[in-house]
Design a protein around this ligand. Structure first.
Ligand code: ZN
Length: 306
């Protein structure tokens, strides 16, 4: 077992990414495979095969951390809250440990992202970091002194299924959400939600990156859509600041590439925050797309071994 390397696995709905991370936090070997969607057993097999491939490449076994969509229920040990629904209700940790033959650590993928950015990323100087995923879904994680805050129900930081705060009359009840409620932040702030909002107002069918690009080129309809999006994001994050007042908020996921968010959203959130001045920085991720695997690897400290 190598103390020099840890292996991080990021289990996503469409791809599984794995990497060996060395003691300095550098990603040394990285591989990506397609997730066998809807097939639980094949998903386990793909994860194990990926770990074996990486271990062959680095020439040794290493501690394994895995970021998953959803969370492991502290009461049942089963997966819950996963938009990759074929994982829900399954003993994922138990089955992986049995197949691998040694302990592994599993954590919510947004928590892994927050941990990565809090450990040696954009929030490294901060005591408390709120990491936000704005992608196909909307998630969040809280890292305090470079440790994940899991919470009594393993849902700490899950702001995506809170309602959009300070809604305008046309934002109520809001779009239906897969969780069974309506008007969740995810139904306004995910990539597909941005595309849908644009379609509702303009009749145009564009993806989130296309809307952002056209808005940057001063297209009026796309600018209006992005303005609505930023105002909603500002309100959503203002409620987080009022609650945990983090030292920094770091954005991740596909929409974190929209550079105007970092300038505009902090201007918009001040009127909703219960403070005379607001110093909270809104930051882009340092590690970009590697945040998932790095955070999963950081579930083990360099000096730990299972
Ligand atoms: Zn929801």
């Amino acid at each position: 077992m190598s103390a020099r390397f840890r292996i991080g696995i990021d289990l996503g709905g469409t791809k599984i990414e794995g990497a060996a991370v060395d003691a300095s936090g550098s990603v040394r070997f990285r591989r990506r495979v397609v997730t066998p969607a809807q097939d639980y057993r094949a998903t386990i097999d793909a994860i194990i095969a990926l770990i074996r491939t990486i271990e062959q490449e680095i020439g040794t076994t290493a501690p394994v951390g895995i970021g998953i969509p959803g969370a492991i229920s502290p009461t049942t040990g089963l997966v819950k809250n996963a938009n990759s629904t074929w994982l829900i209700g399954r003993p994922l940790q138990h089955d992986i440990e049995t197949a691998l033959g040694r302990p592994t650590r599993l954590a919510n993928d947004a928590n892994c992202f927050a941990l990565s950015e809090a450990t040696d990323g954009a929030g490294a100087a901060m005591e408390t970091v709120f990491g936000v995923i704005l992608g196909t879904g909307v998630g969040g994680g809280i890292a305090i002194r470079r440790q994940i805050l899991v919470g009594a129900n393993a849902i700490a930081g899950e702001w995506g299924h809170n309602p959009l705060p300070w809604p305008t009359p046309d934002e109520v009840p809001g779009p239906p959400c897969w969780c069974g409620r309506s008007g969740c932040l995810e139904t306004f702030l995910s990539g597909p939600a941005l595309a849908m909002d644009h379609h509702r107002h303009s009749g145009q069918t564009l993806t989130a990156p296309e809307i952002a690009e056209a808005a940057a080129a001063r297209d009026p309809e796309c600018r209006a859509t992005l303005a609505r999006y930023m105002h909603r994001l500002a309100r959503g994050l203002a409620s987080v600041i009022n609650l945990i007042d983090p030292g920094a908020i770091v954005l991740g996921g596909g929409l974190s590439g929209i550079s105007t968010l970092y300038e505009q959203v902090p201007r918009l959130w001040t009127r909703y925050i219960f403070s005379d001045r607001v110093v909270t920085p809104l930051l882009p991720p340092v590690h970009g797309a590697s945040g998932g695997v790095r955070g999963a690897a950081w579930l083990w400290r360099p000096d730990e071994a299972p």
